[in-house]
Design a protein around this ligand. Sequence first.
Ligand code: FAD
Length: 403
Amino acid sequence: MRTPTILISGASIAGPALAYWLNAQGWQTTVVERFDELREDGQNIDVRGAGREVARRMGIEDAIRAASTGETGTEFVDAEGRPVARFAAGTSDSGGATAELEILRGQLSRIIVDRTREDTEYLFGNQIVDLDDHQDGVTVTFDHGPARTFDVVVVAEGLRSRTRSRVFPGTDAVRELGFYIAYLTIPRTGDDTDRWRWHSAGSGRSITLRPDNLGTIRATLGFLSEVRGLDELDHDGIVTILRRTFADVGWVAPRVLAALDDAPLYFDAVGQARIPSWSRGRVALVGDAAYCSSPVSGMSTSLALTGAYILAGELAAHPRHTAFARYEALMRPYVEQAQKLPPGTPRIAMPRSRAGLTVMNTVLRIAGSPAAARLGGLASRWFTPPADAIDLPTYPPRQAVAS
Ligand SMILES: Cc1cc2nc3c(=O)[nH]c(=O)nc-3n(C[C@H](O)[C@H](O)[C@H](O)COP(=O)(O)OP(=O)(O)OC[C@H]3O[C@@H](n4cnc5c(N)ncnc54)[C@H](O)[C@@H]3O)c2cc1C
């Protein structure tokens, strides 16, 4: 039987994970990534519930644990850095704002890519510029190099995927949540802790610090804004907006703003992917390109790992058409749960008014109290959607390979 071929676009988490599982099924996998090399940027991400079970089945759970950021819990602080409420790290697969498995995004990506390098062809610094889906396959034109034909193409390009727009023209795939987050890496000082510390500064602004396993600190500056397109500004434009927005904020804001000139900075508008169908013809979507749930949910990476596992398992077991339908039927209910954000998100966590701030701090104090802990995970239910709300199928190794 002829070996089926697949082109996967995007080399972060979902793309390499899909390649991993299809390699095990005897497929010929190619991954194209528009950056010149594997991207190391990004901050702390969670691996929860079914995502963690998939990591276990990939044999990478220990590697993830070894690269843990070491975060011990979450603490909300006031403008002087005094604790308002504290929550321990999750002790189960799914509980708490700090999950039991926390790792830097770039390190998880490298762990998965390293397990695929022998069998997968990686094309860095290139991208799809056109696709022609016909009865013998999909002929792909690249930015550089000759056109090639594949049996299947899967788009794993993240929330703001361009190839998705080519495949589903006119589809409004992103539900904007109305806020932005700047992610920076700054030097660690003696005052820093191993907790995720979070300060809501009023006027829809928040500032957070998290530990990493590299001896630095990961800071975020988040703010509500109705203005679209700030993420398209250049570096200097973004720095100017951040300095203006956080000028009167207390706690560590002056330190983080001072670091803006030199710190590696990643700035993004926060949103979710909401698409009525995840495939068309021979092309499918996986990970954030299909069902980003946003950093607020802490579920995007777990969805990406789970989706890649199921899509690969179905493609190896069924003709392509059936496989895509089964992938969607299995994943949709799980995705819908993960995309349900706590009521009032993001406004409740980033209140605009002084009264809103007082309500939020009161709720946090109650949720973080020993009495609430005895009531059983009130805080974890508030922070995160259920991460294990799917029965993961088991796929035998080396099944049918036709599509
Ligand atoms: C640089 C970066 C930093 C991140 N930081 C955080 C963070 O701090 N916290 C958090 O919760 N989540 C973060 N995320 C998102 C997180 O990785 C995802 O939510 C989740 O892991 C699912 O990953 P994914 O592989 O589906 O998509 P993503 O992780 O978004 O990866 C998409 C990949 O596709 C590539 N790509 C995009 N367009 C094209 C194209 N046209 N052709 C080829 N390749 C393309 C991108 O360069 C990227 O490598 C970050 C993502 C990236 C890319």
